[in-house]
Design a protein around this ligand. Structure first.
Ligand SMILES: Nc1ncnc2c1ncn2[C@@H]1O[C@H](COP(=O)(O)OP(=O)(O)OP(=O)(O)O)[C@@H](O)[C@H]1O
Length: 362
């Protein structure tokens, strides 16, 4: 992905990355440049992530949205080089200015957990069923510090309290906890080594609506209290709009829209962003009296992407040229970019009111 636009419209982010530059000139907490991930090779190669640029500062919450298969999890795992060996990566993943992709193994081990940590979806599958949760939280502490086992266990208890569980629950096995409690344990583990960046991949997907809301508030609180950066991945644009500052919408491995989260949700500039947004009801919006509109068609097979704009076969406003012309991200309003040839045709709508933005699950 380059900073040049197909129409010559000035790009507000000449580096091609998301978010504001630090005034001090220090590197951002995370800067992803032109990241490409391809599974396999030859005719069956699957380009799961294609030229993605992202930027996250300390204390900033970036949401990444998109349908199943658009490459969200691949992107999350790539950030800490947790992908299988069949995945080929190129580009740069700069964590505090240091490229994760070229780090030696020893350095990478140190960066995992302590520099950045991941909260995976489905805590039941991510936690080890035969170990007490306190021991599982203590494990990365023991690996990454000189703490004694007793001190690591004490710290595990403190972390459990920080995520709203009694320290005594450290003695529990995963099956003795509810889904929401297990997800809290996962968050406690992610915090264990004081990371500067937390990547949360669908952290609330398996939870009921009330517990989902509690976990989201907890994550927001922790980000604010500890000034960490957050990348939250979800198929649910409404959840991301309510939790995050900025939002990037992915389609077929690419970011096709980015900008302030509530604005993207309320008034997406890319037809795919609009379709994704319309797929979720909004409390406070008269339109929510109607059933949410599903997205027609299926996402393309990454191994056989359509030519031109990859969204054109499903796009309700596609022009003939969209079948042949690929689109780069271009300026689409203040601090906003979208990869659509028609983005200049309609002006940006009014700023959303708080009621417009309320997520469906609150
Ligand atoms: N290990 C793998 N080997 C080959 N292809 C893979 C592998 N993992 C993922 N893919 C493919 O890469 C593409 C992106 O998958 P990914 O899991 O990153 O998408 P996603 O947006 O996170 O989807 P979901 O929300 O369903 O998890 C998909 O086409 C998927 O089938």
């Amino acid at each position: 992905m380059t900073a040049t636009t197909t129409t010559g419209t000035p790009d507000p982010h000449p580096s091609g990355a998301l978010g504001a530059t630090r005034p001090t000139g220090e590197p951002p907490l995370l800067e992803v440049r032109d990241l490409t991930v391809t599974y396999g090779g030859g005719a069956g190669a699957v380009p799961a992530v294609r030229g993605v640029d992202l930027r996250v500062e300390a204390g900033q919450k970036l949401g990444i949205a998109g349908e199943s298969g658009c490459g969200k999890s691949t992107l999350a795992l790539a950030l800490l080089r947790l992908l299988p060996a069949t995945a080929k990566l190129s580009g740069e993943i700069l964590l505090d200015g240091e490229d994760v992709l070229t780090m030696k193994w020893g350095r990478l081990r140190a960066v995992r957990w302590a520099g950045a940590s991941i909260v995976f979806q489905g805590a039941m599958h991510s936690l080890n069923a035969v170990h007490r949760v306190g021991d599982q939280i203590a494990e990365p502490i023991l690996l990454h510090s000189r703490a004694t086992p007793a001190a690591a266990r004490r710290r595990a208890g403190e972390l459990l309290e920080q995520v709203g569980l009694p320290a005594a629950r450290a003695q529990a096995y995963p099956h003795e906890l509810s889904g929401g409690q297990r997800q809290r344990v996962m968050i406690a583990m992610a915090l264990a080594c004081d990371p500067r960046l937390i990547v949360a991949d669908e952290p609330t997907t398996a939870l009921d609506v009330m517990i989902q809301a509690q976990i989201l508030r907890l994550i927001e609180q922790l980000v604010a209290d500890q000034n960490v950066g957050l990348i939250m991945i979800s198929h649910d644009l409404a959840v991301l709009a309510d939790t995050c500052d900025r939002l990037a919408v992915m389609y077929a491995g690419r970011v096709v829209e980015e900008g302030p989260a509530r604005r993207v949700y309320a008034d997406a500039r890319h037809p795919y962003g609009r379709a994704l947004s319309a797929a979720f009801p909004r409390i406070g919006d008269p339109a929510s009296r109607h059933a949410p509109r599903g997205l027609p068609g299926d996402p393309p097979d990454p191994a056989a992407l359509p030519g031109g704009c990859t969204f054109h076969p499903r796009c309700p406003v596609a022009l003939d040229r969209c079948a042949t012309e690929d689109q780069e991200l271009r300026a689409a309003g203040p601090e906003r970019r979208a990869a659509c040839v028609r983005v200049d045709e309609a002006p940006e709508g009014p700023a959303p009111s708080r009621a417009d933005d309320t997520r469906s699950t609150a």
